[in-house]
Design a protein around this ligand. Structure first.
Ligand code: EPZ
Length: 432
C-alpha cells in the first residue's frame, strides 16, 4: 500500500494549477443518465472517485469515452457519456460501499426509467450520513420507496410529479439528487432550503444546457419546470474550491507564497477571509488567488463550519492544522458532521495541543513546533491535514492510507513538489 513521505521545513513558493472539482464532477457524470444523447465533460480531475463512478455507469450500460485534453493550457481529461438505453437499473453494494456518491444515480434513473435499486450506503468515517431527505423528497414526488435486504427499491408509476419540497436541513446530496429527478418530472417542482454550494450551480448549469428549465441557481429556492426529454451537452467542470483552499493553507502553514491558478475567488470568500483575519495576505484575481504568508506572524481564529457560503466542513481539518502554527487559541466548531475530528489524535502524536469537546468543538493552541511521525487518517480531508502538518514538522512524516488522498487530490505530490515541498510516494506491502 502506498505511503507518502514528507520532510518538513520547506517554505513553499510558486504556482499550483487547481483541477476540476470532484464534488461537482460526480453528480455531473450522473446527470448524463437523464438523456440518450452524449454528455461531454471537460476539465475532469483524474481521481479514483471519478474512476469508481465511471465503473458504476458502465455497469448500468453507459458508453464512456476518455480523451486527453488541454484546458487553460493544462493537461486534463475529457469524458463523454452516452446512455442510449440503460442495461441495468441497480447500483450494487460493491460500488456504493466504495463510494457513497454512487447515490447520485437514484434521481436520474428514477426520473428516466421510473425505477432504481440502490444499495443503501451505511455510515462512514465522518458520520452516520443517512439518506432520509433524498428519499422523503422523492416520495413527495410520487415515488414509492421500500428498503429491503440493504437496498433502496424506488419506483414510480409513469412519471415523477412536481412537488413543493421544503428540505428540513441543508443537504448537498439531496439537493442534487432531487434537482436531477425534477428535470424530467411532470409539472413544476420548488425546492426550498436547497443547498447553495457552487457544485450545485455547476450541476444546474449543465442540466439547463441539456434542456432543463431551472431557475434560482445559486439561491436557496430552486424552481424546476419538468420537460419531456433532455438532450446532450458539453460542459466544463468548475474549479475545485476545496483543493484550492487546501493549497492556500499549504502556503500559509509554511509561511510561503502560492498562486492558485484557476481558483474561483467567489467560491472561497469565507476561508480566504479567515486567512486574512489570521494575518495572511490574500489577493483575489478573476481566475486566481495569491496567498502570501512570507514573514507573517499568524494569530489564531475561531471557525464554525456551515453550509455554503459559510465555512466549508471540507476545509475544517486543514484549517485546524494551520491553527497549530498560529499564536494563541482557536476554537473549531463542526456543525455538519458528527465525527469529523479523527485527525486530532494523529496530530497529537506530532506534538499538537488540541482539546476536543464532545463531537462538536476543539480548542487548538499554537505550539512552537510539530515533529514528524508515522500517521494515518480515516478520510480524505483529514489525510490532507496530516500532509500539512508534515510540511512544517521537524523531520520525517509518513502518511499512511494514501488511497484516501487519491480520491480527491489530483497529482498531489507533483503539485506540492512543484512549489518546493520535499515529498514522495513510497510503496510498501504492509499497512502502517
Ligand atoms: C457532500 O456530502 C460532499 N460530498 C461532502 O464532501 C461534503 O462534506 C458535504 O456535502 C457537505 O458540504 C460530495 O459532494 C460527493 P450533505 P453529502 O447531504 O451530500 C445530513 C469530501 O471530503 N443528512 O450536505 O453527503 C448529513 O448526515 C466530502 O469531499 C441527513 O441527515 O452531505 C450531514 O450531517 C465528504 N439526511 C448533513 O446532512 C440526508 O438525507 C449535510 O450532508 C442527507 C444529509
Amino acid at each position: 500500500m502506498d505511503k507518502i513521505k514528507i520532510t518538513g521545513g520547506k517554505c513553499l513558493e510558486g504556482k499550483i494549477y487547481i483541477s476540476g472539482a470532484k464534488n461537482a464532477a460526480l453528480p455531473l457524470i450522473c446527470a448524463s443518465l437523464l438523456t440518450d444523447e452524449t454528455v461531454t465533460l471537460t476539465n475532469m480531475p483524474m481521481l479514483s472517485d471519478i474512476k469508481a463512478m465511471n465503473a458504476l455507469l458502465e455497469q448500468l450500460g453507459t458508453q464512456i469515452d476518455e480523451f486527453d485534453d488541454f484546458v487553460d493550457n493544462h493537461p486534463s481529461k475529457t469524458y463523454s457519456y452516452r446512455t442510449k438505453e440503460a442495461t441495468s437499473l441497480t447500483a450494487p453494494y460493491d460500488y456504493v460501499r466504495k463510494m457513497r456518491a454512487s447515490y447520485y444515480v437514484l434521481g436520474p434513473l428514477l426520473a428516466r426509467y421510473g425505477k432504481c435499486e440502490l444499495s443503501l450506503p451505511g455510515g462512514c468515517a465522518i458520520g452516520a450520513r443517512p439518506m432520509d431527505i433524498h428519499l422523503s423528497s422523492l416520495e413527495q414526488m410520487g415515488a414509492s420507496i421500500e428498503i429491503k435486504n440493504g437496498y433502496i427499491h424506488a419506483k414510480v408509476d409513469k412519471r415523477l410529479k412536481g412537488a413543493h419540497i421544503i428540505f428540513p436541513m441543508v443537504s448537498v446530496g439531496a439537493t442534487c439528487n432531487v434537482l436531477m429527478a425534477a428535470t424530467l418530472a411532470e409539472g413544476r417542482t420548488v425546492l426550498e432550503n436547497a443547498a447553495k454550494e457552487p457544485e450545485i450551480g455547476d450541476l444546474a448549469n449543465l442540466l439547463n444546457a441539456m434542456g432543463a428549465k431551472i431557475e434560482g441557481i445559486g439561491t436557496a429556492v430552486l424552481t424546476i419546470d419538468g420537460v419531456d426529454k433532455l438532450h446532450g451537452a458539453k460542459h466544463k467542470v468548475i474549479a475545485d474550491r476545496i483543493e484550492a483552499g487546501s493549497y492556500a493553507v499549504a502556503a500559509a502553514i509554511t509561511r510561503g507564497k502560492i498562486e492558485l491558478i484557476n481558483a474561483l475567488p467567489s467560491t472561497l470568500k469565507r476561508p480566504m477571509q479567515v486567512l486574512r483575519d489570521m494575518g495572511v495576505r490574500v489577493t483575489e484575481n478573476e481566475n486566481s488567488i495569491l496567498v502570501d504568508a512570507k514573514g507573517c506572524t499568524l494569530v489564531g481564529k475561531d471557525i464554525m463550519t456551515e453550509p455554503f457560503p459559510g465555512f466549508p466542513t471540507d476545509l475544517q481539518a486543514q484549517f485546524l492544522a494551520l491553527m497549530l502554527t498560529a499564536e494563541g487559541a482557536s476554537m473549531i466548531t463542526e456543525t455538519i458532521f458528527e465525527n469529523r475530528f479523527m485527525h486530532v489524535p494523529e496530530l497529537l502524536r506530532m506534538g499538537a495541543n488540541i482539546n476536543v469537546h464532545g463531537h462538536a468543538s476543539a480548542i487548538v493552541r499554537g505550539v512552537k513546533k510539530l515533529s514528524g511521525a508515522p500517521v494515518m487518517a480515516t478520510d480524505l480531508r483529514a489525510s490532507f491535514a496530516l500532509i500539512l502538518a508534515g510540511l512544517v514538522a521537524e523531520g520525517e512524516t509518513i502518511v499512511n492510507r494514501v488511497y484516501h488522498l487519491d480520491r480527491g487530490y489530483e497529482k498531489l505530490e507533483e503539485k506540492l513538489r512543484g512549489v518546493g515541498a520535499q515529498i514522495e510516494r513510497i510503496k510498501d506491502d504492509s499497512e502502517g
